[in-house]
Structures are given as structure tokens and as C-alpha cells.
Design a protein around this ligand. Structure first.
Ligand code: DGJ
Length: 374
């Protein structure tokens, strides 16, 4: 009996030790456990550094196909070191009681990002919102706000960005009357539109009601100006759109780039005064070849630099899609590519592909690593 008890306590102690062992490296594509021993549930997310802590926000997914719709909301995890994450619960909950709510349970709520506004002292969340049972046609941006980084966030509203505003680089063809035949659709990539986006004048079509905004990201510049970057015009073209000073709405000041290149998962970052973008092609949940680009100013001219990934499986972005580029605090020239390895049949099992970004002749490069640390 005593032997049995001794064995039991020893086994319990070993399990406890294993659980308490802090992570000291990134293991792309493996199960990443939180403080409760559960795989992190924070897909398509973004990371905020605030007062010495990293806050990771993302889509909370469920098992099975239903998991690609928002059944719960936006999750939040915290970490002091980027390796070890504590579950802080749901920062923004979907509305479970009012089916008429724009964020009703079952809507599509993707790629949430949070930034901090130092003037208003508010944490502001933006996300791609698709209304319940409407597929990907709504193409809206949702906004929520909180006094605390872990939430709860209060949902404010949703809209299509920049209604009634032309981009700073509007072309004469956009100012012409619009062919009424081009209806909103869910464009899954090159070839899904009958003609190039400018000849269809999708920008003009959406001038009054606001521009389509699907995959999106946020970027805060050194001067505190914040920008939303979104896939627009049936996913054919990226818009970089300056936010209002309180970060709660669009300023109407925006720039079109990569027209007809069908980029998704766009993520923007700054290094040595230059702006960089890493994005994906547009192939639904399936991985594809990533893109990268550089510009001296955020509103152009952007120059494409090609696929940043190098080596085996680089043409499939190591089976991932870009989500966010994190600039690590307190480390010189330290940037992390964060991507999602989607598992659309069982979304909760999606994996996180984090890899260091190196720079060769000022072009970003990403190499695969099974394990690595900062
Ligand atoms: C690719 C996007 O990047 C994802 O966020 C999601 O919208 C899927 N397409 C849906 O197919």
C-alpha cells in the first residue's frame, strides 16, 4: 500500500513538474500549450505590447466546421516573454442573445487586432466582420473598445471603410460612371473577376457605401498615426487607410496599392525608416506563396520584393498564411513572422508558425526552423 502511495505521489510530482516547466523556445507547427495545458486558441491574431506585457488576441475557434464561424468571440492571452502564455479569457464576446446584433453568435469575425490610443487611454480592437448567414458579402470592419487590455471590449459598430472618400491616388477611370453589372461576390483569387479591377471600377462602385474590407491588419507609426490595411475591391487590391486620431473610425485618407494582385493576410511593419509588407496570395484556407514589398513612405511607392520564404516548402509559406509581424521589444532588429496553419475541417487544431525574419540586402527573408529562440 505504502509503495503504491509513493508511486502515486512520484507520478503526480513528475506531471506537476512537466506542467510547470516554462517554455524557452518556439516550436512552429506543434501544439502550443497555455498555462492550463490547453492548445492556444488565438487564430488569425495580432500582438500588442503594453507596459512590459505581450497581449495576443485572436479568433477563438471550435472543433468541426462550425468553428470557422464566431461562436465565442476574440480570445486574449498574456505573456512576459512570448514563449509562455496565460489564458485571459474572451476579450470580446459574440452576442448570444440578440440574433439581430451585427456580432451575433455565428457571424464571421476574423483577424482581430488591438492597438492602444495614448490620448484617449483606450484599447481599440478592429476586426473583419461578416454578418451571420451572409457568407463573405458584407466585407465590413468592426470596432470595439476597452479600458483594459484584457477586456471586456465593448462592441461599437461596423462599416465599410472610407464611404464617400476617394483614395489619395485615385485614377481618372474611377471617377467615371460605374457599370451596374458588377455585383459583390466572394472573390477567391485571380481569375474570379471578369476583368481587371480598375476596368470594372470596383472602387467607384463602392464609393458611396464604403470600400469592401476583408483580411485586415493594424499598424501604428512612430508618430502615433494608426493605419488599417485591408483586402478590398473583391480582394483584388490592398488599401492602406489612416484611422481617426481616436482610432475609432477612418479618416478618409487612404491609398490603393497592388491593384489586381489579390493579396490577403497583409501585415505591415517598419524597419530603419522603411515600411515593409508581407502578405499572401488569395486561395481561401489553402497555403500559397507569400509576397513581400517595401516603401519609403506608407502611401507609396511600394516595390514588390517577391517571396520572402526560402528553402523547402517556401512556395507554400511553410504551410501557413501571414497574420502579423511582431517587432520584439528591447531587441535590436528583431522581427517575427507569425502565420496561421489553418485546419478548416477542424479549426480549433490550427497551428502557429512563428519564424524569425532576417534581412538580406534590406529584403525580408524567412527560413524554416523546427525550434528556435530569440
Ligand atoms: C483566407 C483569409 O486569409 C482568412 O482570414 C479567411 O478569410 C479565409 N480566406 C476564408 O476562406
Amino acid at each position: 500500500m505504502i509503495r503504491k502511495l509513493q508511486f502515486f505521489f512520484l507520478a503526480f510530482f513528475c506531471v506537476f513538474l512537466l506542467k510547470a516547466q516554462p517554455q524557452k523556445q518556439f516550436t512552429p507547427g506543434e501544439i502550443w500549450k497555455d498555462n492550463n495545458g490547453k492548445h492556444l486558441n488565438v487564430h488569425g491574431g495580432g500582438i500588442l505590447f503594453h507596459d512590459g506585457i505581450y497581449y495576443w488576441y485572436g479568433e477563438h475557434k471550435l472543433a468541426g466546421k462550425i468553428g470557422n464561424t464566431a461562436q465565442v468571440g476574440v480570445s486574449c492571452y498574456t505573456s512576459p516573454d512570448l514563449y509562455n502564455w496565460k489564458d485571459e479569457g474572451i476579450a470580446l464576446k459574440v452576442n448570444e442573445t440578440d440574433p439581430a446584433s451585427e456580432i451575433a453568435k455565428g457571424c464571421i469575425l476574423e483577424r482581430p487586432k488591438v492597438i492602444y490610443n495614448a490620448k484617449t487611454r483606450k484599447f481599440v480592437m478592429w476586426f473583419h466582420l461578416e454578418l451571420k448567414d451572409k457568407g463573405y458579402y458584407a466585407s465590413r470592419s468592426g470596432v470595439a473598445v476597452s479600458d483594459s487590455p484584457t477586456g471586456p471590449f465593448t462592441y461599437l459598430n461596423s462599416f465599410r471603410p472610407n464611404a464617400g472618400f476617394w483614395p489619395v491616388n485615385v485614377l481618372p477611370c474611377h471617377l467615371k460612371p460605374v457599370a451596374p453589372t458588377v455585383k459583390d461576390s466572394y472573390c477567391g483569387g485571380k481569375g474570379c473577376l471578369a476583368a481587371p479591377p480598375d476596368s470594372l471600377n470596383l472602387l467607384g462602385r463602392d464609393f458611396k457605401g464604403g470600400q469592401m474590407a476583408r483580411d485586415m491588419n493594424l499598424f501604428v507609426d512612430d508618430d502615433g498615426s494608426a493605419y488599417q490595411i485591408y483586402s478590398s475591391e473583391e480582394n483584388s487590391t490592398i488599401h492602406i487607410s489612416k484611422l481617426s486620431d481616436d482610432y475609432l473610425s477612418c479618416s478618409g485618407n487612404y491609398f490603393r496599392v497592388f491593384s489586381g494582385r489579390y493579396m490577403e493576410g497583409a501585415t505591415l511593419f517598419k524597419r530603419n525608416g522603411k515600411y515593409y509588407m508581407i502578405a499572401s496570395d488569395c486561395t481561401g484556407w489553402a497555403p500559397n506563396t507569400a509576397r513581400s514589398a517595401v516603401a519609403d513612405q506608407i502611401f507609396g511607392n511600394w516595390t514588390e520584393l517577391g517571396n520572402p520564404c526560402v528553402g523547402k516548402d517556401s512556395e507554400l509559406t511553410f504551410h501557413s498564411q501571414s497574420t502579423f509581424v511582431l517587432q520584439v521589444q528591447g531587441k535590436k532588429d528583431c522581427y517575427i513572422y507569425t502565420g496561421d496553419r489553418w485546419t478548416p475541417e477542424n479549426p480549433i487544431d490550427g497551428r502557429y508558425i512563428w519564424l524569425p525574419i532576417t534581412f538580406e540586402n534590406d529584403a525580408p527573408k524567412i527560413y524554416w526552423k523546427d525550434k528556435w529562440s530569440l
